[in-house]
Design a protein around this ligand. Structure first.
Ligand code: BG6
Length: 517
């Protein structure tokens, strides 16, 4: 379908905003996340002039390294994802990169960091503005912020000019008690306006678009409720396994890894009420309100609401894929879930009786993140006669988040020629075809928002705690079971397929089916 973009409509909102002068400090600078995501994201902001020349980056980690060695790592990291930038741009960026090696729990390294920052602030005129990005193992978050505070690298309330902001990676806690404690620890040295709890799904263009789509188009709002919608389903499938992250994953499992944060945010964007305005707090108020209206899990009947699975071995063509329990770092009797299917009920006027089905898994057939809103069937369908045997599929609105980025509306239309033949057709908006230009990566969007002081796409304290409040009883019940009981409840599936059969039955027993093709 051809989509015409009328850019004159929105000349003002499409303005490209540039971050303020600032220094950006990464804790965990020798790690995987820094290499794969953070450095390419910041470099892309730099080359696209979304951050000014008054900018520098300091990496901090335990690995001994000097500035030159770090700069080489920066070059390697950006060359993995970028093939468009010139040598001059790369050189200009790398010149702004510095490194400090130190222990996370000793003042000494922080004092050297402070000296490095001071020198860079003068060299690049960054007005004292600082963003700290904590991308270390979660057990270090509180220690790092405490030492930043003790060494006067941050101080509570420093929100305007100069600003000090701290980005905290997920997972933010591992249950309700630990997330409450982490918030308390951070709030000794920072106020909530300085804390940017990141969820990279909220930085994806297609995720952000859900809000625009819902609240800038009047035609959908009247139908966006229990009167017209049968159910909502969310699939977050990954083809990769745990790779070399088994150490973390064995402690987390997929519910902590994906549901408590990314997936719950997707459900929330579909389900929340319209905010009164576009301020970060108005939007976050509505997000947390929706989370609070999700019915707590019924622990006495959990299998009706949640099933867990774990991948076994499989094949991808000639390539053999290991079972989860054979992955390096995974115990031979591990009962950690790599798949789940879930049904959420929402107790509010809009969604009462409309289930939200969710399935997510690692080592599934392909990467697919998709939200499908399935509308009710036509109440009386005259086309569905004994003779025609035709049973028109209900309308579906599909948000394809990745890898394809698209919105499609499925509807019925007459097939030309034949007298009475209908077919399901899709009206599709594909982002790349329509907007062409390279879109910002999730991390670029979020880092820039932090530099701009916009917290809309970050988690607020109350929503983190609300999400853990929902999930913690389920995790505790599971963790209190002995290994045999867990093993009996865990459904095996072949790597490279669509999850356990129980995942299919889970939705089919309600007369519905996963839309994954
Ligand atoms: C991370 C999870 O937050 O998100 C990973 O820890 C997961 O397990 C990743 O693979 C998925 O992100 P994306 O953007 O590739 O869908």
């Amino acid at each position: 379908m051809k989509i015409k973009v009328n850019s004159k409509d929105n000349a003002d909102t499409c303005r490209i905003v540039t971050g303020s002068p600032c220094g950006y400090v990464i804790f965990g600078a020798s790690g995987d996340l820094t290499r794969r995501k953070l450095l390419p994201a910041v470099f892309s902001l730099f080359t696209r002039k979304k951050i000014p020349n008054n900018f520098f980056l300091v990496g901090f980690a335990r690995t001994p390294m000097d500035d030159d060695a770090f700069r080489q790592r920066v070059r390697d990291a950006i060359s993995q994802t970028d093939d468009e930038s010139s040598q001059t741009e790369t050189d200009a960026f790398v010149r702004r990169c510095f490194y400090v090696a130190g222990s996370y729990d000793q003042d000494e390294g922080y004092l050297r960091l402070k000296a490095k920052i001071k020198a860079a602030e003068i060299q690049f005129s960054t007005d004292g503005n600082l963003v700290f990005h904590i991308a270390t193992p979660p057990s270090l978050y509180a220690t790092i912020v405490t030492l930043l505070g003790n060494n006067q690298l941050v101080w509570r309330g420093c929100t305007t000019t100069p600003f000090q902001r701290v980005i905290i990676e997920k997972p933010f806690g591992r249950d309700l008690a630990s997330s409450v404690q982490l918030n308390k620890d951070l709030l000794i040295h920072l106020c909530d306006e300085q804390i940017y709890r990141i969820d990279h799904y909220l930085g994806k263009e297609t995720v952000q678009n859900i809000l625009m789509f819902r609240f800038a188009n009047q035609i959908f709002e009247p139908a966006w409720n229990r009167n017209y919608i049968d159910h909502v389903q969310i699939t977050v499938a990954e083809d990769i396994g745990v790779g070399h992250r088994a150490g973390y994953f064995e402690q987390a499992g997929l519910l902590r890894d994906m549901f408590q944060n990314h997936i719950l945010q997707l459900a929330t964007l579909v389900g929340m009420e319209p905010p009164v305005d576009l301020s970060a707090d108005s939007i976050r108020d509505e997000r947390v309100k929706f989370m609070k209206s999700i019915r707590p899990f019924d622990l006495d009947n959990l299998h009706g609401q949640l099933i867990r699975g774990q991948y076994g071995a499989g094949k991808d063509g000639a390539l053999s894929m290991k079972a989860y329990r054979e992955e390096q770092g995974v115990g031979a009797t591990s009962c950690v879930e790599t798949y789940f299917a879930m049904k959420l009920q929402v107790d509010n006027g809009r969604w009462q009786g409309v289930p939200f089905y969710i399935q997510a898994g690692k080592r599934l057939e392909k990467k697919l993140t998709r939200i499908t809103v399935v509308f009710n069937k036509v109440p009386h369908c005259m086309f569905n006669t004994k003779k025609s045997g035709f049973n028109p599929a209900p309308n579906r609105l599909i948000f394809d988040i990745q890898p394809q980025q698209a919105i499609s509306l499925l509807f019925q239309a007459k097939v030309p020629g034949s007298k009475m033949c209908l077919s399901s057709l899709a009206m599709e908006l594909d982002y790349h075809e329509t907007f062409g230009e390279k879109m910002d990566e999730d991390y670029s969007t979020l880092i820039l928002d932090c530099m701009l002081g916009d917290q809309t796409l970050f988690w607020r304290k109350d929503s983190v705690e609300t999400s853990w409040k929902l999930l913690t009883p389920v995790l505790e019940q599971w963790e209190s079971c002995n290994r045999e009981a867990r093993r009996d409840l865990l459904h095996g599936y072949v790597a490279g397929g669509w999850g356990p059969e129980a995942g299919q039955r889970f939705i089919e027993k309600d007369g519905r089916t996963w839309f994954i093709e």
